[in-house]
Design a protein around this ligand. Structure first.
Ligand code: SAM
Length: 487
């Protein structure tokens, strides 16, 4: 299953740039149009922003032309992501000419990366707000209402938005994202995230459990715990992960790590399905895999980006593990959870990558045989360590050819993996209509593979046992057998 092919990393391709709506509050009289790009984290952040603005008199609209405030939540991970947003800003500028009262704000990673540049050089923007400054939105909006431009791109040491109950935008009412960490301390040399999202902080487990309970009460059946590097989660009373060393003995003794958090969440709602993303191999420990095996409601699925199969390139990327250590982790996962779905992120054409390095990537893939993957051509990002220290020396054509070979291999392995489900009966949570047929439901099995089957009398949110009859490389096709005991 190829989730995307070198284009921007997505939750669901159809959601990229979608405008988000929530229930109308009759007392609110201003209209907000909010569009999101990039990773899960950005979509989750837009829910926090909409929640803050609902208290400031805004209802969401899907009509750009009638908006009082247009917000675009942006992504900087690859150059292409930024170009897409720049095109959208041109469109907003054109609409602004017919609706001069309309204000435009840039949120997220591009706001952080480019800061005042948006206000100074690209006069179409009224407001620039970084990922840690959303609580300041009421003040910033007041500034722009009074005719001044406004900017807040301060990165925080402790902001986790744990006290903001996110509204669920464009929700299917079944699956929800729950943010558990912010920022990243890993300093992978290709990656802009540490610069745009700041240092790593973990959210209070109590507020996470409250959010999970609230989602269950409201009928949600599956949550994804979100962070750039979830396995690095560490709550010791608040503050940055890097300051843990300075914590008191008491704080250390009562700290909560990711394996502990998983268990707490699994126990607080034993029927809620739990997923998490993203895991960094260097931080994923055996106790996490053991917690997954222990609780039936934690899905058997791990997204474990590796980026390259070459030890030399892994080192140049500052990924703090070797190919051999990665294999050991994969072997442990397969030993403890034999039917675990495993997915990857891969980068083709990192500076200095030779054909031999590329072959190492292909042979690593051959060993793991991932269920699916997100694959990208290397895109040099300003300010990253790779940009400062290394030449982007792999010609575009070679990057593309290597990427294509990686994608082809993934397609083969995805089919190998989906075929192994055929003939089995698997539990599926129904999320909504199948994109291709109104007569079929679409859901996912524990391994995160899409399953479609005829609707019969089942409904969205039901857990159903489905007999898998056939497959493509991306989808399992089956028929419902009965309700699962999880309902
Ligand atoms: N935190 C996760 C990790 O470290 O594995 C994922 C971070 S990133 C938001 C998602 C993916 O984008 C990465 O895993 C990587 O494959 C890709 N990516 C990041 N920077 C990139 C770059 N400069 N060029 C191409 N792909 C990139």
């Amino acid at each position: 299953m190829i989730k995307n092919e070198g284009i921007e990393k997505i939750i669901d391709e159809s959601q990229q740039g979608s405008s988000l709506t929530l229930e109308k509050n009759e007392k609110n009289n201003r209209k907000l149009y909010i569009e999101s790009y990039g990773c899960h984290m950005n979509f989750s952040d837009s829910e926090i922003v909409a929640s803050i603005l609902a208290k400031e008199g805004f209802n969401t609209t899907q009509k750009l032309e009638e908006a009082d405030l247009v917000l675009v939540n942006t992504c900087s991970i690859r150059e292409k992501a930024e170009l897409t947003v720049r095109k959208r800003l041109e469109k907003f500028n054109a609409v602004k000419k017919t609706n001069p009262g309309m204000k435009v704000g840039v949120l997220g990673c591009m706001a952080e990366r480019l800061k005042n540049k948006f206000l100074e050089e690209e006069k179409i923007v009224d407001m620039v707000v970084g990922p840690d400054a959303y609580k300041d939105l009421p003040n910033l909006i007041q500034e722009i209402d009074e005719g001044r431009s406004a900017v807040n791109v301060i990165l925080s040491k402790d902001e986790t938005y744990g006290d903001v109950a996110p509204v669920r935008l464009n929700s299917n009412g079944v699956t929800a994202l729950v943010s558990i960490t912010r920022g990243c301390d890993n300093m992978c040399t290709f990656c802009v995230v540490p610069f745009t999202r700041g240092r790593e902080r973990s959210r209070n487990p109590q507020s996470i459990l409250e959010e999970v309970n609230d989602l269950w009460e409201r009928g949600f059946k599956e949550i994804t715990l979100l962070g750039q590097n979830v396995d690095s989660y560490l709550w010791y009373g608040g503050g940055m992960k890097k300051d843990y060393e300075k914590a008191t003995e008491m704080q250390k003794a009562t700290s909560v790590n990711f394996a502990n958090l998983l268990e707490l969440v699994a126990k607080v709602q034993p029927k809620m399905r739990i997923r998490f993303s993203t895991s960094n191999p260097q931080d994923m420990t055996l106790d996490v895999i053991e917690s997954m095996a222990k609780y039936e409601n934690i899905c058997n699925s791990i997204h474990l980006p590796v980026q390259s199969g070459s030890n030399r390139i892994l080192k140049a990327m500052n990924r703090l593990h070797t190919r051999e250590e990665y294999f050991e982790l994969i072997d442990n996962i397969r030993k403890i959870i034999p039917d675990c779905g495993i997915s990857q992120d891969m980068i083709a054409g990192f500076p200095t990558e030779t054909e031999e390095d590329h072959q190492d990537t292909l042979s690593l893939m051959e060993y793991v045989k991932y269920d699916f993957g997100f694959m990208f051509a290397y895109s040099e990002r300003p300010g990253t360590l790779a940009e400062r220290k290394l030449d982007d020396d792999i010609p575009e054509q070679i990057k593309k050819r290597r990427l294509q070979e990686i994608i082809e291999m993934q397609r083969k392995h995805s089919f190998y993996r989906t075929q192994r489900h055929v003939g089995k009966i698997e539990e599926v949570l129904i999320e909504g209509f199948s994109k291709k047929s109104d007569a079929h439901w679409m859901g996912r099995n524990s391994q995160n593979t899409v399953v479609v089957f005829p609707k019969e009398n089942y409904k969205v949110g039901d857990f159903v046992h489905v007999k898998i009859n056939e497959c493509t490389s991306a989808t399992l096709i089956g028929e419902a057998v009965e309700y699962s005991k999880n309902n």
